[in-house]
Design a protein around this ligand. Sequence first.
Ligand SMILES: *[C@@H]1O[C@H](CO)[C@@H](O)[C@H](O)[C@H]1NC(C)=O
Ligand SMILES: *[C@@H]1O[C@H](CO)[C@@H](O)[C@H](O)[C@H]1NC(C)=O
Ligand SMILES: *[C@@H]1O[C@H](CO)[C@@H](O)[C@H](O)[C@H]1NC(C)=O
Length: 414
Amino acid sequence: MVVQPNLKNMVAHKMKMGLILFVTCMFFLAPVHQAHLPSATISDLSLKNMDFAMNLYRKISSYHDKNIFFSPLSISTSFAALLMATGGVTREEILKGLNLEQLEQADQPELIPALFQLLRETITQNGSLKLDQGMALFSCQHFVIEKVFKDQIKTFFDADIKSVDFADTTGSISFINEYFKNKTLDKVAEMISNLDPLTQLMLINTIFFQGSWQKPFNPAFTENSPFYIDNYNIVQVPTMFLEDKFYSMEDVPLGAKVLKLPYQEGVSMLILLPNKDMDYNVIDDGITAKRFLSWIKNLQKIKLEVNMPKFKMEESYSLHNLLPDMGMASIFSNSANLTKLSKEEPLKVSEVLHKAVIEVDETGTTAAAVTVTGIIPYSLPRTFTVNRPFFFFIYHEATNCLLFMGRVIDPTKN
Ligand SMILES: *[C@@H]1O[C@H](CO)[C@@H](O)[C@H](O)[C@H]1NC(C)=O
Ligand SMILES: *[C@@H]1O[C@H](CO)[C@@H](O)[C@H](O)[C@H]1NC(C)=O
Ligand SMILES: *[C@@H]1O[C@H](CO)[C@@H](O)[C@H](O)[C@H]1NC(C)=O
């Protein structure tokens, strides 16, 4: 009877010790954590961007059954740039829509733009990564743009502000198209084809990615193979072939397999291939940031025979039609608060255009880089045959930042 309370005391004592230790550790950790704040929060930002990307993806896919390709990073970056111009409800909506509320610090108004800048620098510091981003804000020539805003978006986002006479629609269209033709080194000849003369502000961003596979496909093995769009539509597509060791996994509950195809520049493409009997529309709803991270974590190296279609996509999205459905309505409406952009008169954003281009082929460069892999007998490789609609994600490995996300329903459609 005397022992019991003693024991209890000891347990209580131990627990207290544990607690003290834990608290002490926290104190020790705190300064260290602070010193590493930027890189820690870049991952936070990547994760927030990824959630936003999946939401946006679902929104786009709810409108059509076609191919999809966009750059979540580029879209979040554009809106983070616009965020600098906003106040009040407009600002709150964007923070919430982009999933950035938790990163907002009232006493550090430049934290979010600085994080975006750091993320961009981290991704592009590997000199070989070819990721050409271009952003420009075209504003009606009558508006005097606040100098602070002009400086901020130049500093943090490397974005240009150009003054345009939107009333002269033909002149404006050719000015904007020329601007992007030059900026993208002729990769985009025609950015826009029509324009509302009442436009006040137009934000355009473009992004191009060119990567070289770590393990290039041998073009000699590429041949036309059937791609089953659905039960009734089959197209012939140039299909690449490669046998090697790859990181792969199966998401059994989702009903899909995952394959990682690494590029040379610290970036990888993750392919999500629904099982034969699975409807891709069902998979659509299961794609989340959490799930994506679990795929990456559970990849295992195995020997595989990969068959993969070549494809090329150029997709444009009018985000001013999509984002109001995601809670970002006020910036496009008469109640927009863009007081930090210009004091002049009530302003709103008329259009936000996004264009992303990708080309997936054997190597990205010449066939000379092709490594011929020896075929090892005895173990028959399993196959990963991408011959039906699939999803793909291009992400930066060190930060888990999702650069691109797409869905291929018909690889023969640009
Ligand atoms: C815009 O937002 C700022 C806060 O950032 C606020 O002071 C101002 O009153 C708002 N203006 C309008 C017109 O809503
Ligand atoms: C085209 O871009 C270059 C820099 O890439 C710049 O120096 C030049 O002024 C641009 N020309 C036009 C017409 O915008
Ligand atoms: C770029 O990334 C690749 C793959 O992670 C690495 O092998 C290469 O050394 C990096 N180059 C630079 C300049 O950081």
